[in-house]
Write a protein that binds this ligand. Sequence first.
Ligand SMILES: [Zn+2]
Length: 112
Amino acid sequence: MKLSYYCSSPSCKKLNYIKVKSNNRFDLKTEIGIEINERCKHCGNHTKRHINRLHAAPNYKIITGGLLLAVVFTILFWDLGFITTLSGSLSIAIWMSEEKKASVFNKLLIRD
Ligand SMILES: [Zn+2]
């Protein structure tokens, strides 16, 4: 899961991303603890954040991969006709599942 947070430095406040293995905050707590202490990639300041304040973003690499795969399949199997619908709905399904994973993560908060 790709998580985002804003830098705590008032002069920076830029968006940072961290990558974690966990797909929910309960696992995240075991993986990285109750809060992060990450160095900002833009200004170098350390930001402390409770893990409830980290937001998940859909993995656009997977979504783009799904779309590319759909395009390739459509070109390869153009003669079959129905494949356009099939690959189209498959890439939408991948997209939806990525969005859902992120929104499930964001809805679930842990208690201290
Ligand atoms: Zn910063």
